[in-house]
Design a protein around this ligand. Structure first.
Ligand code: GZL
Length: 329
């Protein structure tokens, strides 16, 4: 009799444990590994989800190819995951596959680069950088810095190194860059080309510009990796980065802080990759039945430079050397 009793107790415990540990599966279609920002974004989200009790991560690296991401999204549907996190390498071409996600009734969280079809699909929450404001801040910082140097009335030659063509981070930053140029008529745009958000391509583009453009005074690089590649090219050409050419990046990754403190870069506009502090509480709330609207939530972001104190309206720059020890990516 006792044996039967203990057997029943063991069976009940086994059922309780297995039902309590029934994981919710969160699938993440990531763009690739093109930049320090992307690596930090991946590490932050993967560790938060993998270490969350009762959650399981299904991760796919799209290697910066849209066809890979579409395949991954369809695999997630087949696996009938509980949530899908998605950021698209480019802004267009997602309508069909994201409608399939909707038809499968899998809750979709849009992070980072929001697809153009967002207003035609269902999603449960959205979070990412304000790319237009980031682009505005880049050019405004250069204009205000030149004024501080007493050069606000001198014509200077500006080149814009764009991110991956067609990515919302590129189109948004370019929109912000070009709008802000209208406020600083002495900033003359003499070059605009994609460096695809990678350090290697940023170096190659700057090498070609240094051979074809007689004088470059300011580089606006739409991410820090391309700025760092450009710095390599500028030094190889015997020029002094940060002095001969003013260099403004975006993302505020650690390597950019190191370059600013070393005097080789002038400014980086922050675009945080640390999304776990948004995604985790949002999924926990969704699990409790809470609902969110379709507003894209933007994090508070700063601007960091060599000396601090440059007023950009929505934000004042902070001296990179003062905060480098506190940076989390
Ligand atoms: C911005 C992100 C961009 C970064 C780049 O949210 O999409 O992609 O600025 C990254 O560094 O490659």
């Amino acid at each position: 009799m006792k044996k039967v009793f203990f057997l029943v107790v063991a069976l009940v415990m086994l059922v309780c444990v297995s039902s309590a540990s029934a994981d919710i599966v969160i699938a993440f279609s990531q763009i690739g590994q093109e930049s320090d920002w992307r690596t930090a974004n991946t590490d932050d989200l993967k560790s938060a989800i993998e270490n969350h009790p009762g959650w399981k991560l299904v991760y796919d690296d799209g290697q910066q190819k849209q066809e890979n991401q579409i395949k991954a999204l369809r695999n997630f549907i087949t696996q009938n995951v509980n949530y899908i996190l998605f950021t698209g390498v480019v802004s267009t071409g997602w309508d069909e596959v994201l409608k399939e996600v909707n038809e499968a009734e899998i809750p979709l969280l849009l992070v980072d680069r929001i697809p153009d079809c967002a207003d035609k699909i269902d999603y449960v929450a959205a979070f990412g950088g304000d790319f237009v404001e980031e682009g505005r801040r880049q050019v405004a910082w250069a204009g205000e810095y030149l004024k501080k140097l007493g050069k606000g009335d001198e014509d200077v030659n500006v080149v814009i190194m764009e991110g991956t063509t067609g990515a919302s981070a590129q189109t948004g930053r370019t929109e912000g860059n070009l709008k802000a140029l209208k406020d600083y008529p002495h900033l003359k745009l003499v070059g605009q080309q994609s460096g695809n958000f990678t350090r290697a391509e940023g170096q190659a583009v700057m090498e070609s510009w240094l051979k074809s453009i007689p004088k470059i005074d300011v580089l606006i690089a739409q991410n820090d990796d391309m700025a760092l590649g450009a710095i390599d090219a500028i030094k190889a050409a015997g020029k002094v980065p940060g002095k001969d050419i003013i260099i403004v990046g975006c993302d505020s990754v650690k390597a950019a802080f190191d370059a600013i403190v070393a005097g080789e870069m002038n400014c980086t506009v922050e675009c945080t990759p640390l999304y776990a502090e948004f995604v985790v509480p949002t999924i926990e709330a969704l699990e409790r039945g809470e609902k969110f609207d379709k507003t894209v939530i933007h994090p508070e972001e700063g601007v960091f430079d060599m000396d601090g104190g440059i007023d950009l309206g929505s934000v004042k720059s902070i001296k990179a050397a003062d905060v480098i020890a506190t940076r989390r990516y």
